[in-house]
Design a protein around this ligand. Sequence first.
Ligand code: URA
Length: 210
Amino acid sequence: MRIHAVDHPLVAHKLSTLRDERTDSPTFRRLADELVTLLAYEATRDVRIDAVEIRTPVAATTGVRLSHPRPLVVPILRAGLGMLDGMVRLLPTAEVGFLGMIRDEETLQASTYANRMPDDLSGRQAYVLDPMLATGGTLVAAIDELIRRGADDVTAICLLAAPEGVRLMERELEGAPVTVVTASIDERLNEHGYIVPGLGDAGDRMYGTA
Ligand code: URA
């Protein structure tokens, strides 16, 4: 597993406003959307392409186009849904699957309550969207499921990551074809499983339920 914390002033600027407790839900959603598009640009650096012959109005030349089968984008419900538009803005022809996962606030264990993905992902690239890599349990379970169905290259896009979650993923997904792209690896998790300094509950802040 590889982890890539994107070091870019625009990413840091948008993330700082997301973290600010005074940022309201409409602004939070817009900034999260913009931040995902910036992270998606980095995350798709190795998206598969094929050479293609094209004609410009001036001459024949060789270009590229996205390979088939197209990549699969999988937002993890609920908060990952707020990252979908920002991702498919860059990959409009991607197929979209859905995973509903919830973590027990006491045991912090993840369980699946909805699963709408193609059964056969052989040879597919997949991008998983989950804003907060906290304990890592949810992402490990989601990525295990994608690999079990045949995906051979999985990139998780997370707004924030905690070192504890990164360590769990490195341990559980050692040697797996997995990359995590994030705007920041924060300090730690607190006793409630929240990322510190973090940004609070991403779903609540996105959907105004705080
Ligand atoms: N999920 C969140 O929404 N926030 C955290 O800090 C950790 C998990």
